[in-house]
Design a protein. Sequence first.
Lengths: 361, 361
Amino acid sequence: MAERRATTTGMLAGTGSTNGGTHAPGRTAERPPSIADVARFAGVSLQTVSRVVNDHPSVRDITRSRVLAAIEQLGYRPNPAARALASGRSKTLGVVALGTNYYGPASTLLGIEAAAQAHGYFVSVAAVHNLDRQSVRQALRRLTSQSVEGLAVIAPYTSAHEVVSSLPRGFPAVVVEGNPNGHVPVVSVDQALGARLATEHLLAQGRGEVFHVAGPDNWLDAQLRTEAWMGVLREAGLTVNPPIVGDWTARSGYEAGQLLAQVPNARAIFAANDPMALGLLLALQERGRRVPDDVAVVGFDDTPESAFFLPPLTTVRQDFERAGQVAVQVLMEQLAGTGTPDQQLIPPTLVVRQSTVPTAS
Amino acid sequence: MAERRATTTGMLAGTGSTNGGTHAPGRTAERPPSIADVARFAGVSLQTVSRVVNDHPSVRDITRSRVLAAIEQLGYRPNPAARALASGRSKTLGVVALGTNYYGPASTLLGIEAAAQAHGYFVSVAAVHNLDRQSVRQALRRLTSQSVEGLAVIAPYTSAHEVVSSLPRGFPAVVVEGNPNGHVPVVSVDQALGARLATEHLLAQGRGEVFHVAGPDNWLDAQLRTEAWMGVLREAGLTVNPPIVGDWTARSGYEAGQLLAQVPNARAIFAANDPMALGLLLALQERGRRVPDDVAVVGFDDTPESAFFLPPLTTVRQDFERAGQVAVQVLMEQLAGTGTPDQQLIPPTLVVRQSTVPTAS
DNA sequence: GTATTTGATGAGAGCGCTAACATCCCTACC
DNA sequence: GGTAGGGATGTTAGCGCTCTCATCAAATAC
């Protein structure tokens, strides 16, 4: 019964009496066309328009093209809020990202976004600026209070883990760069393998024991790299000097380098990421220790710049983009109801450059 | 007209009669409590619950606390889709970001996210992976087909500009790191000032004309830096050698360095970003040109690593976080209907390190 | 003491869309 | 030729929330 609009210019007469009025603010602006407008314009039912928009098969071609023409004509675009409300599907994934511009996490975020886009999904981001449990919990809450269909948590730091496992069981979620924990699948680069590759490569140079500049304790990646480094040394029957713990920054690498430059038998150093390796290079060379002649240095990450450090850095390449891609894949499978493996490990590779082997030239 | 519900386990008694039945898929899962459930539980009307949730002033304290208790008890959380549909407000900002992990754009994205979060807004990201007009247009369309209330476009590359100006006039939007163009306000770091600071600093070293390794042509920042550099040289009455055009990567800086190492009077070089400066440093020093003794180098960005280059890099610091913050501020003002200035320029600062001045020590 | 304002609450409609069901019409089959 | 089957379309009822307006009580004014 009775229309209830007639608010827009150009649809005056004939639109019935019980206007009922819209209550949304900004009435003055022309209300965008709704599915009903399209239906009226095309002379079909509301439902038919919906079918066309959603690519439902059973619509005759003639009808379909008429509707499409109407859509084009009116400039109709479906209202995602209405769609989400009616269907329960928002086509949006939530991502808990890091508030810092670290190479790995930032790349992962981009990888996830790209993959989500490829699957027709939107990405809503909540960045965590402090790595305490509280902040992570809040970010998670922020996102789940959105209508996200699934959640990807970039969680290389330990405090994220238990928070993630507090997610309602059955809610589609994936942890990227995190601990295999409880019921949430995990996608990550194989840190142990990477550290192993780095350490073994240094060992193979015959420079004796390998020193380690580690990442911060509360990062899982740091822990795994340290453990693997330690494991390799133990297997080789070598002394395991306690690692120098940095904080991922070049500065902390520099400080570690100041210390290590004074250690005569520190002739092979594995830094847990590239920026720390950079700081290390600076400190060592400022103190007259030549790289790679006196000391060999390996990093981790293969940031685009590391090939142009002085000297170019041997490092472990992580394919973050791929990690993001796999993470979205895992989410999609959960949304589709297909079972997924518990953990996906992405193998890193060693990139050998001049910080460990003297120039050929 | 017959019921069509009662399919779910466990939503039998207690949930009242006018349950309203869901038709969404996944019925088996318990439907989350709605505002109606809370209202019933608290013995108030639906509307009162809404008022409590939205902090409407005219609710008695007693009522409010009763409702809050019910909310707590039932674990109620407002459904954002329904809210967006009914109110027209989604509390979400769209951000057109870059699909690449460049320091500036990535930092800006984080800055925007942080600021949006502080304003209680969500951020939906669409990354652009190719910088052609087509991709940008698509990203824009993706976001506007979402229910975003406003749009921030990180647009340091030129193709973004005209696309942005195709936005419906009056739609809240802001361009970050872009051209002042038409009706969309712009927030950006003052590139000209930054390049000026860099060039003048080099000039002050008394090393004669300043060479420039520029960013790619299709980047506005690159253009502005090149122009400003040129301007300073002209004012000083010096020769303006054509800039070597790079692509922001350390590799391109390295290649530029290979060329410039052969130019005897290239004793002062301004690189348009830090990674290119890094490549430059490597190439120069590989060829025996000492920095800063033989050649002085200035970068642009002040990435966290540049302080640990070999030698530490003199560079121009851009406060991207602040840019993001201001951008969100501008959006908020538009949403509030307050007028905003057309362009906000954020001044950069010069950070002097050893790549231009010999070590004091 | 009655009229008026103010504050607190409730009722009802509607936001734009989709799911389920109901029709309708055309073809296929015996 | 009648009936079953199936594709195309229409009808209806929500999804969960907010808006406007109405109501009613308490507080204030005259």
